[in-house]
Design a protein around this ligand. Sequence first.
Ligand SMILES: C[S@@+](CC[C@H](N)C(=O)[O-])C[C@H]1O[C@@H](n2cnc3c(N)ncnc32)[C@H](O)[C@@H]1O
Length: 297
Amino acid sequence: MTACEPGETVGAFLCQAGQMLRAAAIESPRLEARLLLGHAMGVTAETLLRDSRMVVPAEAVARFGAALKARLAHVPMAHILGRQGFWTLDLAVSPATLIPRPDSESLVEAALAAFPDAEAPLRVLDLGTGTGCLLLAVLSERPRAFGIGVDREPAAAALAAANAAANGLAGRSAFLAADWAGALAGTFDLVLSNPPYIESAAISGLMPEVARHEPGLALDGGPDGLDAYRLLAAALPALLAPGGVAVLELGQGQRAAVEGLARTAGLRPLSCRPDLGGVDRALSLAKKPVGGPASED
Ligand SMILES: C[S@@+](CC[C@H](N)C(=O)[O-])C[C@H]1O[C@@H](n2cnc3c(N)ncnc32)[C@H](O)[C@@H]1O
């Protein structure tokens, strides 16, 4: 390990922090050190790169120390920074719910592909809305759409409402704390859901950022990971308007099982969009027409 130059400069702090993060097996130690120091100083990581001889002010040193300590304890970067980008949106995050993942953007792509008319006046429902990321991304692309986001965790529903306001979407969205769609009447053109789908026994083996810092309510799908899909599949036929589509996020390897549950509930699998890693991720479903064939295949 090369010795870091001593001193109070950006370069010295970044060098020391990078080494500590690497020793803690953090994947991108130099990048994260820059993001944390930039956050503590209120400047961008690019600014730090431009002037590594800049002296770090005392109050930023204290903030950086606290942020670094948290990261070394595997607190997720998004929780320390308080923000996460998703689609084109900048979203506040909190320990109350899942940090939005890039893989979930495939649900937004699937939803937009299902409703390609940008001017369609869609009614959208997002079950387990968390930060509101899925609903808000769709509303940002469909200016005549209106949406409701539901989360059983009241702090998540409040976070999603704040994210809607911060992104100029409060006028076309509403959020409530409830158990799935139990509190709702009416039907929707588009139902989105990224439910908890990790097998209960697998959670403790996930990376510490997830297992220790993201809530069980957002992760735990029961013994086989499918508990929420059973409830959602049963509820969807009554929630979908004629011509409506549901887009569900899947965990790796869950496609066949969830399609089976959907068919049993009277739904028709339309397509399944892979994420950037090629994993079947966004399952689109429609209601089988009354009196229609029992299955599409
Ligand atoms: C996997 S997270 C997804 C959050 C967000 N939609 C996203 O894609 O990042 C699942 C969310 O479902 C919520 N949830 C779990 N059980 C629920 C229930 N019975 N009713 C409503 N929401 C629930 C959790 O609180 C959590 O916010």
